[in-house]
Design a protein around this ligand. Sequence first.
Ligand SMILES: Nc1ncnc2c1ncn2[C@@H]1O[C@H](COP(=O)(O)OP(=O)(O)OP(=O)(O)O)[C@@H](O)[C@H]1O
Length: 228
Amino acid sequence: MSEPHLVLRGVHRHYGEGDKFVRVLEAADLTLNGGELVAIVAPSGAGKSTLLHLCGLLESPQSGEIEIMGIETSRLGDRGRTQLRRSTVGYVYQFHHLLPEFSALENVSMPQIIAGKPLAEAEKRSRELLDLLGVGPRASHRPAELSGGEQQRVAIARAAANHPRVILADEPTGNLDPATSDLVFDALFGLIRNEGAAALIATHNHDLARRADRIVTLQDGLVVDHQL
Ligand SMILES: Nc1ncnc2c1ncn2[C@@H]1O[C@H](COP(=O)(O)OP(=O)(O)OP(=O)(O)O)[C@@H](O)[C@H]1O
């Protein structure tokens, strides 16, 4: 079997001190393999966003190891972390965060251009992704000219633009109605399988979580397997 895309070992993360001390993760372990889709379902404040930020190298743990594509990240400096994040991680948020003055095609091309890809190649990849996610016909539309579900599918295409090995999604359907959530999840699932990425998706939607390969929750600072 190929190496896991993401591994957390004994990760500890707390915030604040004294009466503001909040222990979020105590000794969290998690392994995500390529093509695997894991849903994380836990109550508000349990630490889902914290876990995703740690996996995406946006925050550092106080102790423990986080490995992405075999690279142990604790000894990397800020530049090394940023480089690794840009080349291996794609992030999808609850609100799409697309750039309002740019078209769907430009929004998806942007991270590729920043990574140094020539424009024609970037646009080719963007069109493939937009087609795969069912929003190809909206490529020239700006975010305000798209529905909520379309905006979110463009945001997923953008997250996948640089072939990330790990896709992290924080409530990606949190502000969509059930039918649209289903559509966006279908698109996200199809994409992850197609690209062979590993995905960790925080969601409050149990029906969607059940469609993942595995469901985990956070309990006493640990990541534990969960059945709904
Ligand atoms: N920067 C911070 N400083 C202090 N405490 C923080 C910080 N970020 C998060 N916390 C605390 O850590 C805990 C976990 O927060 P987190 O946002 O990870 O939860 P969550 O499970 O994503 O919640 P929700 O479902 O409501 O978004 C919360 O109790 C929160 O108050």
